[in-house]
Design a protein around this ligand. Structure first.
Ligand code: ADP
Ligand code: MG
Length: 258
């Protein structure tokens, strides 16, 4: 096991109309008592409707949000209490977000974007950075002519591939994909998924693959955790409708069959 979430809860304060002088602050739990394990080399799907708490969970894993309660362990170390420096955490866990446009600096060329993590995390590779960039581009199905371009000169699919290449440049153990292929058209989506599968096998990566689209997880994931209103309601190991326990998962499968 590489990553373990133990009873993770994340509550956000909500502003409600105050009655009188009451100063009590209400909170709303976006993630409720989630326990989940990610095995080494595994691809774990996390499906759930919009607002079910998937992105919040990813942010908690990367410590972008503090936990309200619970624990997150990476190997045999707790990572929720701030003993690990963020740079060490990001060396192990990378995030590929849904919106590639906002995660790429508009004034940096693709070469700068890819060289940055290489030089930060592996200063000894500075001299070979350009070659590494090129091989990363090839591994995500892009060509060398992208190198001197700016993000605005690329298509949505190409930008998403750059984000994936940047995550791979760090050589992490875990990559969190938060709706990372949701904006791509079907053909691009399947070629990106094929590429991710290859990278996973070659580099022994563990993936947490977050999506609201059950169909794309079907071939891609080893197990699928179903999230509903902040809770993990079911973890599927096999794609068998008869085994479904939770009402929400059954509805998800029905919409897929229609
Ligand atoms: P998902 O990614 O599954 O669509 P999110 O994790 O983005 O869901 O959101 C889960 C819930 O948490 C939503 O009700 C959302 O409004 C709430 N939420 C997310 N981020 C914040 C925040 N920074 N402050 C307050 N509430 C938030
Ligand atoms: Mg989200």
């Amino acid at each position: 096991m590489i990553l373990e979430l133990k009873q993770v809860t994340k509550a956000y304060p909500v502003r409600k109309r105050r009655k009188g002088w009451s100063k009590t602050q209400d909170t709303e739990q976006a993630v409720k008592q989630v326990s989940l394990e990610l095995q080494r080399g595994e691809c774990l799907g996390l499906v759930g409707e919009s607002g079910s708490g998937k992105s919040t969970l990813a942010k908690c894993i990367l410590r972008l949000e503090p936990l309200t309660s619970g624990e997150i362990w990476l190997d045999d170390q707790p990572i929720h209490i701030g003993r690990i420096k963020d740079i060490h955490l990001y060396k192990r866990i990378q995030l590929v977000a849904q919106d590639s446009s906002s995660s790429l600096h508009p004034r940096m060329t693709i070469r700068d974007i890819l060289e940055e993590p290489i030089c930060n995390y592996f200063p000894e590779r500075k001299a070979q950075a350009l070659n590494i960039c090129l091989s990363l581009l090839v591994s995500v199905g892009l060509t060398a002519d992208c190198l001197e371009k700016y993000p605005s000169q690329l298509s949505g699919g190409q930008k998403q591939r750059v984000c994936i290449a940047r995550a791979l440049a760090v050589e992490p153990d875990i990559i969190l994909f938060d709706e990372s292929v949701a904006n791509l058209d079907t053909t691009t989506q399947s070629s990106v998924l094929d590429m991710l599968k290859r990278a996973q096998v070659e580099r022994q990566l563990s993936y947490l693959f977050i999506t609201h689209d059950l169909q794309s997880t079907r071939q891609f994931c080893d197990r699928i955790a179903v999230m509903y209103q902040g809770e993990i309601v079911e973890v599927l190991k096999e794609w068998d409708e008869d085994l479904l326990q939770h009402e929400y998962t059954r509805t998800l499968f029905q919409t897929l069959a229609e």
